[in-house]
Design a binder for this molecule. Structure first.
Ligand code: PLZ
Length: 448
């Protein structure tokens, strides 16, 4: 097997973005792929690595998206490629539920070791993030004998029926797809930037509202679990007000309610810790992981205290492909890379480099209402003006489109579509990061 030359870590624009070959492929997409599957930037990728995506026209784009927080270790990361190649040649599938294999165990052991909490833990593996969340709810209901699940405003947990119910945003995720699963209740998120009485009151008031809503409208004794993203992803990189996550988790413990941390987007070094919950020393009862865990191969995990995870009847959890050996090999290569290259430190270094530049943008443009995030999970929330917090999705779209045309892959987010989010792979160079930020600055100058 030949290994292609490493990709030169440089932005190269040979054609307009998208170029002619991408445009041709995109015409095929329109006639072959359901219109329901949207595309953010119709540039067709041929190779990728480090911080660069190479498209079919020979353009080299800077990657500030990591395929939505997935290629944390970089695309085609060497240790991932090596392990996947070896595994693919050995065997590709047996179904762990039929005849098991060691790679699955090794991933579960790594999850048990790396997730917060020192007690005995167990894990189970699945294919997608949504599936991990579904299984978290199954385990929580089975363990508690209760049914209700509490989720937050701006939450995103997936696109399956149960996870659509847990996801807050209608368009495009839920529109015309109901009816949704029952026994899901929604409470306000401690969203400092938009808290009606100001950010200083946010943590206390949001916690009071949470407690009173669950008590009055659901009942603690009916509540199986509270599900929370320690930093909300699709909802707009909302960092809950300080102390909020910790208080919610402690309150759950007092009432025999399981606290589930959805770390699918925040986990595996993205925020500068293995898991974002660690920032407030929160130990969730259950934790869902996916995305960054396996360097781009589909794999997700559910991890929790042994007595919780072991309550389910044998055969109650599973699936044909869950913990596929090739995906497990990729996860082992990813985790090895995170440890060997100290990617938590790298995420913190990225924050140190990027955050000041985003703050400069906020100082310069009154439309940048908020700068937030942690590690390599940073965002700008755009508004009408300094005194008018009306979400500015038009400007967000313009800045995003400008970046795309200049060969910088950026993503938007937010319930109101007014958040620009940066999720670079942790393998990106400082030079590419700085160049990407230059383009972002130009995008603001050109769009305002
Ligand atoms: N929980 C916190 O971020 C996936 C979704 C992209 P799956 N987020 C990206 C899209 O538009 O589909 C996500 C997440 C959190 C759950 C999920 C769901 O993970 O692997 O997409 O099912």
């Amino acid at each position: 097997m030949t290994t292609p030359d490493p990709i030169e870590q440089r932005r190269i624009l040979k054609t307009a973005i998208p170029g002619p070959r991408s445009a041709e492929l995109h015409r095929r997409k329109l006639s072959a792929v359901s219109a329901g599957v949207g595309v953010g930037l119709p540039v067709y990728v041929e190779r990728a690595g480090g911080g660069v995506l190479v498209d079919v026209d020979g353009n080299q784009l800077i990657d500030f998206g990591s395929g939505i927080a997935v290629t944390t270790v970089g695309n085609a990361a060497p240790r991932v490629v090596e392990r996947v190649r070896a595994q693919v040649a050995d065997f590709t599938h047996t179904c762990f539920m039929v005849t098991p294999y060691e790679e699955y165990l090794a991933v579960c052991e790594a999850l048990n070791e790396l997730t917060p909490g020192s007690g005995e833990k167990r894990s189970a593996l699945f294919n997608s993030g949504a599936e991990a969340v579904e299984n978290a709810v199954k385990v929580a209901r089975s363990f508690t004998g209760r049914q209700a699940v509490v989720a937050f405003d701006h939450a995103y947990h997936g696109r399956t029926n149960l996870t659509m119910a847990l996801t807050a945003k209608n368009m495009p995720y839920k529109h015309r797809f109901g009816p949704f699963a029952s026994e899901i209740y929604r409470v306000p998120m401690a969203y400092p930037f938009r808290w009606p009485t100001g950010p200083q009151n946010c943590s206390d008031e949001a916690f009071e509202q949470f407690v009173s809503l669950v008590h009055a409208q659901v009942g603690e004794e009916n509540t199986a679990a509270v599900l929370l993203e320690p930093i909300q992803g699709e909802g707009g990189f909302i960092v809950p007000a300080p102390g909020f996550v910790r208080r919610v988790a402690d309150w759950c413990t007092q009432h025999g309610i399981l606290f589930i941390a959805d770390e699918i987007q925040t986990g595996f070094c993205r925020t500068g810790d293995w898991f974002a919950c660690e920032f407030e020393d929160v130990v969730p009862d259950l934790i869902t992981t996916a995305k960054g865990i396996a360097g781009g191969l589909p794999l997700s995990g559910l991890t929790g205290r042994a007595e919780v995870m072991d309550v389910v009847q044998s055969g109650g959890l599973g699936g044909t492909y869950g913990g596929n050996p090739v995906a497990c090999a990729a996860a082992l290569g990813s985790i090895e890379t995170m440890k060997a290259d100290n990617l938590n430190a790298r995420a913190k270094a990225i924050e140190a480099l990027v955050l000041p530049r985003l703050q400069q943008l906020a100082a310069k443009y009154s439309q940048v209402g908020d700068v937030r995030g942690r590690g390599a999970m940073l965002a700008l929330e755009l508004v009408a003006d300094a005194g008018d917090l009306t979400p500015n999705s038009v400007l967000t779209g313009r800045v995003n489109a400008f970046c795309h045309a200049q060969g910088l892959v950026t993503l938007t987010a937010g319930t109101y579509g007014n958040v620009l989010r940066l999720l670079p792979p942790l393998s990106i160079s400082d030079e590419l990061l700085a160049e990407g930020l230059d383009i972002l600055e130009q995008a603001f100058a050109a769009s305002i």
